[in-house]
Design a protein around this ligand. Structure first.
Ligand code: PLP
Length: 366
């Protein structure tokens, strides 16, 4: 059992609020796939998936097979797309009723081979096309190859066909994004006319939902937005922060002017002061780059800077002017502003701050 005093709280009513906001941006018939990869963006994949299943999302996506298996083992029955399957996991993917993204000739052929051996019938699979990200997916010129392979068989059935936007959050790349959308539409219509059926089409992540309504197609893939973040400030006010990270003060020190605090004497006291030591460090996801005054935490709504170097298991903060005692609660973040400033000051993005927190930190629902 994890009895850590450092707790990441997940606010379910904020998740519901954010999901409803995105639903209000979609046509009622457009499906929602909730992306719960990377431990549900660092929260808790099982708590998240259970909550989202109750809220009747249509699909889940995870990055890797193990993440999908954990969801199945917890009783999740909603379809699960595995975005980035690996060859050696194709068999357990099918055994756990997970749906692979077949993104390359190698993956497609291996899965067809396996499906034949296992005697599968119309097993649901997904085909991804690369329209510019150059990360995963068939080249658009492979469409003939894909249709040929899929035509004369009934071991698999293409549930969906999809692609991913390169810069959905970037207004300056609008022309490139529109080009991707055109490529995707053309691939989808070629597929449908060759194969004689219409798989679910999807292209949009969180920013795509807001910036390119024409990419909603039949389903959208919503990840970061569930946690209250988008790149559009005017839309942000419609969303609520979901995650709160809090801990408690382990120890308070009185530091005399001239003394130092932390490894390598990273901080020098220029006055007599009071410091508090907190039980989380860089091994827990508190980036070392956020030490030495780069960020703050809060005690009773008062901001306290992190001083000295971040240790593996601890940080020290300046509480000279904040009434507090050992055992008091400390908020590491509880708002989008807190999370965004941590991202800004560590040369990072909200995605990385959310997913950084290690498994020594306890997850609880609020
Ligand atoms: C992670 C991921 C998403 C979700 O993106 P957000 O920006 O978090 O909404 C969607 N599609 C794919 C392919 C992804 O890898």
């Amino acid at each position: 059992m994890n009895n850590s005093p450092t707790v990441l709280e997940i606010n379910l009513s904020s998740i519901e609020h954010n999901l409803n906001f995105f639903r209000s941006e979609l046509n009622p018939e457009t499906k929602v796939l909730a992306v719960v990869k990377a431990s549900g963006y660092g929260s808790d994949p099982i708590l998240m998936a259970k909550a989202l299943e109750k809220l009747q999302v249509d699909y889940f996506a995870v990055a890797y097979a193990d993440e999908g298996i954990a969801l199945r083992n917890s009783g999740i029955t909603t379809p699960i797309l595995v975005l980035h399957p690996q060859l050696q996991n194709l068999e357990i993917i099918s055994q756990n009723n997970l749906e692979p993204n077949l993104y390359s000739k190698r993956m497609l052929n291996e899965f067809l081979k396996l499906a034949n051996i296992l005697g599968l019938k119309n097993y649901p699979v997904h085909i991804k096309f690369n329209t510019g990200l150059n990360r995963l997916g068939f080249d658009t010129s492979d469409i003939d190859y894909v249709c040929e392979k899929l035509k004369e068989q009934n071991v698999v059935h293409v549930k969906s066909i999809f692609s991913h936007l390169v810069a959905s959050e970037d207004e300056e790349e609008k022309e490139f994004s529109l080009g991707q959308i055109e490529k995707f539409k053309s691939i989808c219509s070629t597929f449908s006319s060759r194969m004689g059926y219409n798989p679910i089409r999807h292209m949009s992540n969180t920013s795509g939902i807001l910036n390119y309504p024409e990419t909603h197609f039949d389903m959208v893939r919503l990840g970061l937005g569930l946690y209250g973040f988008t790149n559009l400030t005017e839309k942000n006010s419609n969303l609520k922060n979901v995650l709160t990270l809090k801990t408690v003060i382990s120890q308070i020190h009185d530091i005399k002017k001239g003394e130092s605090v932390g490894y390598n004497r990273g901080f020098h006291a220029e006055r007599n002061m009071k410091t508090a030591t907190l039980p989380l460090g860089h091994a827990d996801g508190f980036f070392r780059s956020l030490g030495n005054g780069k960020t703050y935490v809060s005690i009773n709504n008062k901001k306290s800077p992190v001083i000295g170097n971040v240790c593996m298991d601890m940080i020290m903060i300046d509480v000279t002017d904040i009434p507090c005692k050992e055992g008091d609660e400390v908020i590491i973040f509880n708002s989008r502003e807190d999370i965004l400033q941590m991202a800004d000051h560590s040369d990072s993005i909200s995605y990385e701050i959310l997913t950084a927190w290690g498994n020594r930190i306890k997850r609880v629902l609020k």
